[in-house]
Design a protein around this ligand. Structure first.
Ligand code: NAI
Length: 454
């Protein structure tokens, strides 16, 4: 099938590459000419395991192309995926300007029937807005809006395992309109996703609004679990219980399950923060305050400061002359995504208290450099307090303590003797509970996890 992907970011690139891998002819378009240049010269602007190889393979086979040419992109695909960003607005609701701009472009250029797919995470009711924008453009050109139908097909991939998730999804959600064009669109979507349903059916067909809400419900549920566990971990710290034992104790209940029960430094990334907030705003627009979401957000905000609080308690509020090694900067492992990463708050807060930071991340250092410029804008002295190094052990040289923020596999079993020799004080503040407190005690390392107890 001929498919166009509008927006070649994390979701657009993965969707495009995976659909090409299944034999479709895919045209990825983006307004960011730098991104397209990188892609057309054989690079990939983001880090995602397996993506580079998949893109190379499908470009070489002539099934995947990248361009900034909007008219050509609209002409190409019978199915047009909108996979542009939906960042938070000033008030926390989803900013739909990029989605609507993409829709208008489709309406301005289309001349044959199209299925328009909302792949971006968008609030309930957005499919109607997309259809209205396209209809207006078609009307301006004297064309009939019956030429198109809007489908909601939210994406559930996880950064860091995006290719794997897309190729082997837990489920595929497809929301279609109950109109003749909607039913035709459903059939085209069924054909497009057929290869992903090979061993058993994974697709849930529903109405458009339910599909739109399903995506927010999933992210809000996962964020809720994280905030809940963070609350419990903080309580465990106070009462002297071990959150890891509690996690196993409740995860073994099949009604609860083990997933997303880890405490840490709070969730970040481009999805949970903005999606929880956008869902909350949607509810308020409809006269309902979803109090649980307010609590999830408040707990998460506070949790980003938990390591700073522990460091303050240990070293005092004035950290002048103190140096901290930091391992892990990306908001989670296997990605270079720094959007809303807790590390950014922790770095800012430690520097504010006079500390120096020497940090390392296996892949997110270029992104971090860019983020530090933004976060320390107008504070060049603060920026000078942060150094990035290529080797995690180099970061620990002469440091007053090691602070772990992201649970990269490479940090799971370091050479602890070497680590002890490098650190000025053998102290670890572990925001991801990577090590056993008992083992750390035996090694003579002062260890503070989140809710951990011997
Ligand atoms: P991104 O920021 O990485 O990529 C968006 C791309 O769209 C950018 O390259 C931008 O230049 C391009 N763009 C903006 N307006 C355009 C237009 N009119 N025409 C063509 N290109 C345009 O964003 P990401 O992370 O891929 O997210 C996209 C959507 O998918 C968001 O709604 C997000 O919430 C959702 N999502 C993201 C996931 C993730 O893990 N990143 C997972 C599931 C959903």
């Amino acid at each position: 099938m001929k498919v166009t992907i509008i927006g070649s970011g994390y979701v657009g690139l993965v969707t495009g590459a995976c659909l090409a891998e299944q034999g479709n002819n895919v045209f990825c378009v983006d307004v960011d000419s730098k991104k397209i240049e990188i892609l057309n010269s054989g690079g990939v602007p983001i880090y995602e395991p397996g993506l580079k190889e998949m893109i190379e393979r499908n470009r070489a086979a002539g099934r995947l192309q990248f361009s900034t040419d909007i008219a050509a992109s609209v002409a190409h695909g019978d199915i047009q995926f909108i996979a542009v960003g939906t960042p938070p607005d000033e008030d926390g609701s989803a900013d739909l300007q990029y989605v609507v701009a993409a829709a208008r472009n489709i309406g301005r250029h289309m001349s044959t029937p199209k299925v328009i797919v909302d792949k971006s995470t968008v609030p309930v009711g957005t499919a109607d807005k997309v259809l209205a924008a396209i209809t207006e453009e078609l009307n301006n050109r004297g064309l009939s809006p019956e030429l198109c139908s809007v489908v909601s097909n939210p994406e559930f991939l996880k950064e860091g395992a995006a290719v794997e998730d897309f190729m082997r999804p837990d489920r595929i959600v497809i929301g279609t309109q109950n109109t003749p064009a909607g039913l035709r669109a459903k059939e085209q979507m069924r054909k497009l996703y057929a290869p992903f349903n090979r061993h058993h059916e994974r697709t849930y067909y529903m109405d458009v609004k339910s599909a739109e809400l399903t995506k927010y419900a999933a992210n809000a549920m996962l964020a809720t679990r994280i905030s809940f566990m963070n609350e419990l971990a903080n309580l465990a710290d106070l009462v002297g219980a071990d959150i890891e034992a509690v996690r196993q104790g409740i995860g073994s209940d099949s009604r609860i399950g083990y997933g997303f029960l880890y405490s840490g430094t709070g969730y970040g990334g481009s999805c949970f923060p903005k999606d929880v907030s956008a869902l909350s705003k949607t509810a308020i627009e409809h006269g309902r305050d979803l109090k649980i979401l307010d609590a999830v957000e408040a707990v998460n905000e506070a949790q980003k400061y938990i390591l700073v609080e522990k460091i303050e308690k240990r070293f005092g509020a004035d950290l002048k002359g103190k140096k901290f090694a930091m391992w892990g900067l990306a908001f989670k492992p296997n990605t270079d995504d720094m959007r809303e990463a807790p590390s950014r708050v922790i770095i800012q807060e430690l520097v504010k208290r006079g500390a120096q930071i020497v940090a390392h991340d296996p892949v997110a250092m270029p992104e971090t450099r860019h983020c530090l410029e933004v976060d320390f804008k107008g504070n060049p002295e603060g920026l000078k307090q942060v150094t990035l190094v290529d080797d995690p052990m180099v970061a620990t040289q002469g440091a007053d303590a090691l602070v772990i923020v992201t649970e990269w596999k490479a940090f799971r079993s370091p050479d602890f003797d070497l680590l002890k020799a490098k650190l000025k004080n053998p102290i670890i503040f572990d925001g991801r509970n990577l090590y056993e407190p008992q083992a750390m005690q035996e090694l003579g390392i002062e260890y503070q996890g989140i809710g951990r107890h011997n």
